[in-house]
Design a protein around this ligand. Structure first.
Ligand SMILES: [Cu+2]
Length: 312
């Protein structure tokens, strides 16, 4: 081999080594900042009122209180060791808002405090081993798919780049039909690594409940969640649907981009979900609702209040 060829080869080797070293260095901060996030959750029986003011604010009629009062089971957030109950982020029926960034491992420690039925937690969009799938398959699934009353299970999940967005989690045990209809679901919110948290993260769970069309388990203005923001705030909406229906989520006075096109109404089918983000620029009191007319008339409508910018 000529001296020139040897020198060329050496230069290439040095360049390769430099590239490998640069890649390794780039990975160090990512690995160093990867975390394990812990959530302690329990299935808890709970009486629930779908319309606490007893009013159908659209038709100006009383609601059927025999239907609006239900007894259900929900996902409740707890402190470490299920020591003490912590308020879930949403004021409605949705389970704890489970947040993570790409690269994180999520440990969800679940215990079943319902004395009647088995329950589980099944998570969309994150990566996990079959043992953490949480869905009951006769003859195949393990303990995490059907956590009996008084029993516990830890789900281990990984947030990967394709997990970015918002996703549902829900009961997938033998009692899933009744449990999901009663509100046993919640939102998993995964951000890109280093992506900032929004100033407001509004959880919207659209589903039919006992003859009402509900947002986070409530029906009609006066009962459904009232969301707040200020001009300049970064606002995020986490929209999921549970049950059998398709919904069209609409926010008045606002629009957002979907696949490069501005829209102000977005369709969402059973167990589908999407995330909307915008920098707030529209002060006022606005409606948000499902645009399927009969759903809106059955209660799927709420209020979003945007305050003017703070003066410096
Ligand atoms: Cu709808």
């Amino acid at each position: 081999m000529s001296a020139r060829a040897t020198a060329h080869r050496l230069t290439r080797r040095i360049a390769c080594a430099a590239l490998v070293a640069a890649c390794a260095l780039a990975l160090v901060p990512a690995l160093a900042s990867a975390r394990t996030v812990h959530y302690w959750v329990a299935a808890v029986p709970r009486p629930w009122n779908i319309a606490p003011n007893d009013k159908d604010a659209i038709n100006h009629t009383p609601v059927d209180t025999l239907k609006s009062h239900v007894s259900t089971v929900v996902y409740q957030r707890f402190t470490k060791g299920w020591n003490r109950r912590v308020r879930n982020e949403s004021a409605g029926l949705a389970g704890p808002l489970i947040r993570a960034q790409v690269g994180d491992t999520i440990k969800v420690r679940f215990t079943n405090l319902d004395s009647e039925n088995p329950h589980s937690m099944h998570f969309h969009a994150v990566r996990y081993a079959p043992a953490s799938d949480g869905s009951y398959i006769p003859g195949f699934s393990g303990r995490g798919a059907d956590v009996e009353p008084g029993e516990s299970f830890t789900y281990t999940l990984h947030a990967i780049p394709r997990s970015v967005g918002v996703w549902p989690y829900h009961d997938h045990s033998k009692s899933m039909m009744e449990s999901i209809d009663g509100g046993m679901s919640g939102v998993l919110s995964i951000r890109r690594r280093g992506e900032r948290l929004p100033d407001h993260e509004n959880v919207i769970v659209l589903q039919a409940m006992n003859g009402f069309m509900t947002i986070d388990g409530r029906a009609f203005v006066g009962n459904t969640p009232v969301f707040h923001a200020r001009v300049g705030d970064l606002v995020q909406w986490d929209v999921i649907t549970m049950g059998d229906d398709f919904h069209t989520f609409h926010v008045h006075g606002h629009r957002w981009m979907s696949h490069g096109t501005p829209i102000d109404t977005q369709t969402v089918g059973p167990a589908e979900s999407f995330r909307i983000r915008w920098r707030e620029d529209a002060p006022g009191t606005w409606l948000y609702h499902c645009h399927v007319e009969s759903h809106m008339m059955a209660g799927m409508i709420g209020i979003y209040r945007v305050a003017k910018e703070k003066r410096p």
